[in-house]
Design a protein around this ligand. Structure first.
Ligand code: AMP
Length: 184
């Protein structure tokens, strides 16, 4: 049973690696960013509420993403494991997740910290061309990462759940290192 949380700055390759690994392990890749973007595209109530935050690079309110994750982890395909990508993004969300996983009996999660230097992630993001990949929004997302998300590295390290992978190498090398580290 594999339950993984992917942590790391925007542009570190979390989405790509999470997708590859999820396919390899036959478990769902659960990206809160993807779910929010889909909801925005469909203009669902969730999408409408999230739009302004996502477009400007701000975090959407905890309650919205927490409800979304709780609902998603309750679906049948998540019973055999999952990879969470983009959640949790701050300590309050991590505390929520810890409690949720205990409540639904889905423990044993490990956290992959996919790290890469700022200049590398900025270059990657600028070449990606997503709507929230303008220079100003990227700067804001990196700032939020440093202030709100990076503290999760210590949070999970203290709980002995953290694995660190060097994201500053080719996509293939990161995948290889990941599989080796996870023993899969
Ligand atoms: P991502 O695709 O993970 O880069 O997420 C894109 C955007 O979705 C972020 O900049 C936030 O606006 C929003 N988002 C995704 N996950 C979360 C989360 N866990 N908490 C708050 N906002 C989130």
């Amino acid at each position: 049973m594999t339950r993984l949380i992917f942590l790391g700055p925007p542009g570190a390759g979390k989405g790509t690696q999470a997708q590859i690994l999820a396919e390899h392990l036959h478990i769902p890749h659960i990206s809160t960013g993807d779910i929010l973007r889909q909801a925005m595209k469909e203009q669902t109530p969730l999408g409408i509420k999230a739009q302004g935050y996502v477009d400007s690079g701000e975090l959407v309110p905890d309650q919205l993403v927490q409800d979304l994750v709780e609902e998603r982890l309750d679906q049948s395909d998540a019973k055999s494991g999952w990879i969470l990508d983009g959640f949790p993004r701050k300590v309050t969300q991590a505390a929520f997740l810890e409690e949720l996983l205990q409540k639904i009996g889905q423990g044993g999660e490990r956290v992959v910290n996919l790290d890469a230097p700022d200049d590398v992630v900025v270059t990657r993001l600028l070449s990606r061309g997503r709507k929230d990949d303008t220079e100003e929004v990227i700067r804001r997302r990196l700032e939020i990462y440093r202030n709100d998300t990076a503290p999760l590295i210590d949070y999970y390290s203290d709980r002995q759940k953290l694995l660190t992978i060097n994201g500053d190498q080719s996509q293939e090398d990161v995948t290889h290192e990941l599989k080796k580290t996870l023993g899969s």
